[in-house]
Design a protein. Structure first.
Length: 335
């Protein structure tokens, strides 16, 4: 894939803002001060993208809008941060699956094999999220500004997984997506819900014999010490949503709002490009520590076909999701 797709030339502008006394805004005599919170560690791609967004907004507004960045859970963790944004206690946050607990239609992005690649994610954001899901989020006092790259989940296992038949009998750590858990059940495996901190102890104790993780998390959790195989399934893309309090956005003037959305777009496209680079780097870092397995195309197609069973359960659970799924699938060829 050409990296030129991910280049975004955000226009640079100097904006004079009127400091507004309003719900969700923090006043300063010559500066609008806003707050962003997230739970990612400083060395993560997500933390770097949050910092990029903050810097770009400051530059584009000539310093008239200043966003204070609070990483590593300083203001709380995902669910708490989302609630703080909705209540206007802070202005921005990075969140994952907690968004779908408030706006159910975002469960669309918890379906396995819905997102083909990062180019496809950009299309889905432009053609599904912005026109269709973002208005639903505004009803909950949220503005979805961008998706930050969270990578694709893979399978790290004790025994090699080369075909759908190899899933039978596995106890697979997973978290977040009921649809992915359903996929593992359809394949004859047992999904085990564990937090990230519990993964390595559970692997060492034999509670699980496989884990559903992005490459970066395999490195961070050190599950490769117990599980020597990584099957590159790419079964779930993890979008990290940059959300804002809708009231905060409404109170900004037009030029400031435009600068903020342009900064968010730049951050999203940069994260996709850097996400690909992170994947390559993580594969190099894992190096000889694991054996990488790529399913042959026919086995991969069968896995994708089996995953579609989980689509039916979401369609029956969530009104209007059948149409969303159909529209999303039309945006790109499936693996």
């Amino acid at each position: 894939m050409s990296t030129s797709f991910f280049r975004w030339q955000a226009s640079s502008c100097v904006v004079a803002l009127t400091v507004l006394g309003c719900f969700g805004l923090h006043e300063a005599s010559a500066q609008t001060r806003l707050r962003l919170g997230h739970s990612y560690p400083p060395e993560s791609l997500q933390a770097a993208m949050a910092e990029r967004f903050v810097e770009n907004v400051g530059k584009a507004t000539g310093g008239a809008v200043r966003i204070e960045n609070y990483p590593s859970g300083q203001l709380g963790f995902e669910r708490e941060l989302l609630r703080l944004v909705m209540d206007g206690a802070i202005d921005f946050a990075l969140v994952q699956t907690s968004l779908s607990t408030v706006v159910g239609s975002f469960k669309l992005f918890e379906l396995p094999y819905l997102v083909q690649d990062r180019r496809n994610m950009a299309q889905l954001f432009d053609e599904i999220v912005r026109p269709g899901l973002a208005p639903l989020a505004r009803e909950q006092r949220l503005e979805v500004l961008a998706v930050i790259d969270g990578g694709f989940r893979q399978l790290n296992s004790k025994t090699p997984i080369k075909s759908p038949g190899d899933f039978k009998g596995l106890r697979i750590r997973t978290v977040g997506s009921a649809q992915v858990a359903s996929l593992f059940e359809f394949l004859g495996a047992q999904p085990v819900l564990l937090s990230f901190a519990e993964v390595l102890p559970a692997a060492r104790a034999g509670v699980i014999n496989a884990a559903d993780l992005p490459l970066s998390s395999i490195l961070a959790a050190r599950t490769f010490e117990t599980f020597p195989f990584v099957t590159l399934t790419d079964h779930l893309y993890v979008p990290v949503y940059l959300v804002a309090n809708a009231g905060t956005i409404q109170k900004l003037d037009e030029r400031s709002t435009r600068a903020l959305f342009e900064a968010a777009r730049d951050t999203m496209m940069t994260s996709f490009k850097q996400g690909e680079e992170t994947d390559r780097r993580d594969r190099e870092r894992l190096g000889d520590r694991v054996k990488f397995i790529e399913m042959n195309p026919s086995e991969k197609r069968l896995l994708v076909e089996i995953s579609r069973k989980s689509y039916d359960s979401l369609a029956s659970e969530l009104k209007g999701s059948s149409d969303l799924i159909s529209r999303a699938l039309r945006l790109g060829p499936r693996s």
